[in-house]
Design a protein around this ligand. Structure first.
Ligand code: NAP
Length: 312
């Protein structure tokens, strides 16, 4: 039998991502011990009921003691405060990582608190759902998904390599890039789409001429897919927009320009412009399916046989 990759992994934060990691560490035997810490006693008790770890701590500093891998799975905006809490208890040689959706800000917040004796390798699994909390996690979350590592200058390549192996064992394909580039890419593929979803669902909720009842009743015609994204965790997404401000604003400016040209095409009846764009976007969807990032089944594979008529 081979030794696990890590002796003790400390998961600080045990929501969707933390608990999915716990399932993976257990199933793939990636650590000898899983130490779990979270802020509220109710969440910790639930993690214990679910049997997600081997030890449970309200004090994050207790969990990281003797851990050779520490992963912060908390909202981006709280990474600095949590790092401050654990800094003195970190074991020399430990790898400290996170799963935050924004990387530049996480590095800015965490780095000043970390002792030189640890290896800091920030990470972002591009995998998630709109659910939160320790019950939301599941083993397959990271399977066939990307995980981006953004090691800072001077990081020991051996530490990056160990973390790469960890994420690969969770089923992910790992890519390395700078934090700055990560934040720009994620702004367009994730952050701006979430903002659009929040905005369109918000607009529909505020409409006076179309009733909310009608919005819900006829939602299957497109609106429903936005509501899934717009149901994502408010704390997490507030932090994403506050911490990736520059990249989001840059992408949003591009988006607004393109929206204005679509508006013009509709106003002037420029069907060719609309048709050309919709043809290009269809090809992008095909590319995503071909890359194995989504199902090829119509309507995301939803089961239409079970939905009662008029309630789909
Ligand atoms: P989640 O399900 O809401 O869980 C959040 C965890 O962080 C809970 O254990 C919570 O503790 C703790 N927490 C919340 N606020 C805190 C604070 N101010 N200080 C300390 N701990 C706090 O969140 P998640 O979806 O797992 O997201 C965690 C991280 O993963 C975020 O940085 C997010 O950007 C990143 N991420 C999320 C997704 C996604 O789709 N959800 C995908 C990729 C990456 P209590 O319950 O005890 O309060």
């Amino acid at each position: 039998m081979t030794d696990p990759l890590f002796k003790r992994v400390a998961l600080i934060g045990i929501g969707l991502i933390g608990s999915s990691l716990a399932h993976n560490i257990r199933a793939h035997k990636l650590a000898g011990h899983i130490a779990i810490s979270t802020r509220r006693s109710e969440t910790l008790a639930r993690a214990e009921e679910l049997g997600l770890g081997d030890s449970y701590h309200l004090e994050a500093a207790e969990a990281v003691k003797d851990a050779d891998l520490v992963i912060l799975c908390v909202p981006v905006g709280s990474c600095g405060a949590v790092t401050k809490e654990i800094a003195l208890a970190l074991m020399a040689g430990a790898i400290v990582s996170d799963v935050g959706s924004v990387k530049g800000s996480v590095i800015q917040q965490m780095r000043p608190h970390l002792p030189d004796s640890v290896h800091f390798v920030p990470a972002h699994p591009i995998a998630g759902t709109e659910q939160s909390g320790p019950d939301a996690g599941f083993l397959e979350l990271f399977e066939n998904r990307w995980c981006i590592l953004t090691p800072v200058e001077g990081t020991d390549p051996e530490a990056t390599e160990r973390l790469r192996r960890f994420w690969e064992a969770c089923g992910s394909t790992v890519e390395t890039m700078t934090a700055e580039h990560h934040d720009l890419v994620l702004a367009i593929v994730s952050h701006v789409p979430h903002l659009i979803a929040y905005n369109i669902v918000g607009t529909a909720a505020d409409l006076e001429t179309v009733t909310q009842q009608e919005v819900v009743k006829f939602s299957a015609s497109g609106f429903r897919d936005f509501t899934r994204i717009a149901a994502s965790d408010p704390t997490m997404w507030r932090d994403v927009f506050l911490t990736n401000r520059d990249a989001v604003l840059e992408m949003l400016a591009r988006f607004s320009e393109d929206l204005a040209s679509l508006q013009r095409a509709i106003r002037w009846g420029d069907g060719d412009a609309l048709f050309d764009l919709f043809t290009r976007t269809r090809a992008i969807r095909r590319g995503i399916v071909e890359a194995g990032q989504d199902t090829a089944k119509p309507d995301f594979g939803r089961d239409h046989t079970r939905a009662p008529a008029g309630k789909s």
